[in-house]
Design a protein around this ligand. Sequence first.
Ligand code: FEO
Length: 169
Amino acid sequence: ALNCPEEVDVFKVPHSRMKELVDKYLAMVTDTNFANVHHMTNLLENLVDAFQEFRAHEQIENKYIMKKLKAKLNALSIRSSAVCNCHSDNRLTEMLRLLQDGYQCRDKSEVDRENYGIKLRSALEDFTRKFIPHMEEEEEVFQPMLMKYFTFEELRSLKSKVIRKHQQT
Ligand code: FEO
């Protein structure tokens, strides 16, 4: 986040990892020849890993950041609907389901696989178009809120917990 000291920036490190995964899958999906079952399988495996990492990231944010922020705001009697809603859609579940469809599709014809490839590319682009601004919102909206309502020490310890939890996944 802008003007945020490194020690208390809870989003920066995990988000650079998430952005690295995004860059990797965008490059990979562009290069994948869906007519080739090995290519396709390799892509699917990488995507499942990436989306499981996204899901773990979201769960860590819910549990260690959003829940804490919400509790703090409640204690101060401040109402904010944005805090609890930012992970409420199920786009990660939908993407993981689409990837499972891909595994099924491997036994089908080349045309079916190529059609699946078109669908997957478009779903990934759509996901990415929302995911990047979502991370920016966390950095630009939630990080300043955290800095407003938590002490430097509280945030420093929150950040190390968040990093630790990401490393355990
Ligand atoms: Fe940091 Fe909610 O993705």
